[in-house]
Design a protein around this ligand. Structure first.
Ligand code: NAP
Length: 288
């Protein structure tokens, strides 16, 4: 195996430690702490665990958590009213509506009600527009985590051939924008791409965000490439990425494992986004 394994757990721990230190400084400067409001509607067990993990992570870095839980029978307008109250609450710097929501609540539509300056998921149309136009704003967490991993590994993005497999609004598209903003030459692939293997073989930086276990094979990887695997696929053999790890580790110079690669970065970047949102509000004269 030739590749250096990028340790996402270690990078995420460093980001969290940086956020904890910066939260202390923010408090010294402003007298307040950043606050993250999570909104969970219904009792989906997986969503409950995600929200609990986010709240715990906040506590660990000194961010105030506001844990809002509504019953599975909550109406669309109840959730909408709560988001409006959180938008107006100066103690709340960031708001996260956990998706999916029960059928009577249109979660994706409601997420667009979140004040863009509190949109710590970075996924609303205004945040996507700010990213596309290069305007300051909150960037989506998983794609930002990918950039953080590449930077931490010292992978140069300037002028690099970057290939992103997957064009979801959650990962592929914003990641392509972030890579472009760093002056990579970006190619986006998807299910209709004609020569996927050949396109991947051009990549200095190859990112797989597909949702198909081990789709990317070893002979798709250019020697010396950095390979980032966003995939999290539950299979009978356990959790698998979108990259055939053992094969791809031979030609690659850097590679992320699954688990322990991109996964731990998402919450770390959510914490950083919450601090960023608080700073932007403080700078604009509003409270945390
Ligand atoms: P998604 O919305 O399902 O999008 C998948 C993308 O992959 C689509 O653009 C699709 O193309 C493309 N695709 C599917 N099959 C393909 C194939 N055979 N060849 C080429 N392209 C193909 O998925 P997502 O939300 O972006 O998530 C992708 C993976 O990342 C999943 O495994 C997910 O669990 C994981 N994920 C991990 C994290 C994390 O924190 N680590 C966060 C988010 C997602 P079309 O557009 O043409 O259909």
């Amino acid at each position: 195996m030739a590749a250096t394994i990028i340790d996402g757990k270690a990078v995420a721990a460093r980001v969290r430690a940086d956020v904890a230190r910066d939260v202390e400084q923010f408090e010294r400067e402003t007298g307040g702490r950043p606050g993250l409001a999570t909104v969970l509607v219904g009792d989906d067990p997986a969503s409950g665990i995600y929200v609990a993990n986010k709240q715990k992570a906040c506590e660990e870095v000194g961010i105030t958590g506001f844990d809002h839980r509504l019953g599975g029978d909550a109406s669309h307008s109840e959730v909408s009213d709560l988001l409006d109250r959180l938008n107006a609450d100066d103690a709340v710097s960031g708001i996260l509506l956990q998706l999916p929501t029960p059928p009577q609540v249109d979660g994706p539509a409601l997420a667009t009600r979140i004040d863009p300056d509190k949109d710590v998921d970075g996924l609303t149309p205004i945040s996507a527009g700010r990213l596309a136009l290069g305007i300051e704003g909150l960037r989506p967490c998983t794609p930002s985590g990918v950039i953080e991993l590449l930077d931490d590994a010292g992978v140069s993005l300037e002028g690099a051939e970057a290939v992103v497999v997957g064009r979801s609004n959650l990962v592929g598209k914003p990641l392509a924008q972030l890579l472009l903003a760093r002056n990579a030459t970006v190619t986006m692939c998807h299910s209709r791409t004609r020569d996927l293997a050949g396109t991947c073989r051009r990549a200095d930086v190859l990112v797989a965000a597909v949702g198909v276990p081990e789709l990317v094979r070893g002979d798709w990887v250019k020697p010396g490439a950095a390979v980032i695997d966003v995939g999290m696929n539950r299979t009978e053999e356990g959790l698998r990425g979108d990259v055939a790890f053992a094969e791809a580790s031979e030609p690659a110079a850097f590679i992320t494992p699954v688990p322990g690669g991109v996964g731990p970065m998402t919450i770390a970047m959510l914490l950083r986004n919450t601090l960023t949102a608080a700073r932007l509000r403080a700078r604009s004269g509003a409270a945390a």
